[in-house]
Design a protein around this ligand. Structure first.
Ligand SMILES: [Zn+2]
Length: 236
């Protein structure tokens, strides 16, 4: 089940709750963001009070995934973007009018009236990446859903800061647009993971068996995604 934890400082942290036959509460950070394993009988209010008492651990862990190690992206001429794991360099061209980005090989060209308006450049490029993401993810979702033998679920792009994907019982799959920067294998893994949730809304052994069928070698993909997340989260 999906919940949102409101922290005293006003931060809203989405989390997945999985109830298990266990005595203690366990927390971990995965591609779905925060996952909480809780005993079957604990009251929800008690659980959330406990989670709030661990707010520091949760926010530190979530932030460590994006973290300060990677410098903030600079929206200027020559900046190196990534598209499907390949470098794409940003070329800012002064012009008498603004126009949308245009890709030529490994260069993304953007004509702007003010090359110092980094916020505007960021907005245009992110919009372009989101359009690419929607096309690319939709095609992958169709293929992988067919492989699993499920009708294609509805696709939405997410702008989450702490998770790569999610799937709910209404058969809606949300994928973080920032994934379009990642190599295709990692995008496929996140999609396979979320599709497997159509069958199992948890992270049980049965769930991982479905993931493995759809995406053999998922462990290395999960690992690679962890390693590159900071890089991928730099944008926006
Ligand atoms: Zn999951």
């Amino acid at each position: 089940m999906q919940y949102v934890l409101a922290l005293p400082n006003g931060d809203l942290i989405p989390y997945q709750l999985e109830r298990r036959a266990r005595r203690t509460i366990g927390m971990k950070i995965t591609i779905d963001g925060l996952i909480v394993h809780a005993p079957l009988r604990i009251r929800h209010a008690d659980l959330e009070a406990l989670l709030r008492s661990k707010a520091r651990w949760i926010t530190t862990k979530l932030k460590a995934r994006q973290a300060a190690v990677v410098p903030e992206f600079e929206w200027c001429d020559g900046a190196e973007l990534q598209l499907l794991g390949q470098p794409l360099s940003l070329s800012i061209m002064p012009s008498s009018r603004n126009s949308g980005p245009r890709r030529e090989g490994d260069v993304l060209k953007l004509a702007v009236t003010n090359s110092h308006d980094h916020a505007m450049i960021a907005r245009k490029v992110i919009q372009w990446l989101q359009k690419e993401a929607r096309k690319d993810f939709a095609a992958r979702l169709i293929l992988l859903a067919a492989q699993l033998g499920e009708p294609t679920p509805a696709l939405f792009l997410s702008n989450a800061k702490t998770r790569w994907g999610s799937c709910n019982s209404k058969r809606e799959v949300r994928l973080n647009w920032r994934l379009i920067q990642a190599p295709p294998a990692l995008i496929d893994y996140v999609i396979a993971h979320e599709l497997a949730h159509l069958r199992e809304m948890n992270h049980s052994a049965r769930f991982w068996a479905i993931v493995a069928k759809l995406y053999p070698g998922y462990r290395s993909a999960e690992q690679a995604l962890k390693v590159s997340s900071q890089q991928l989260y730099r944008l926006g």
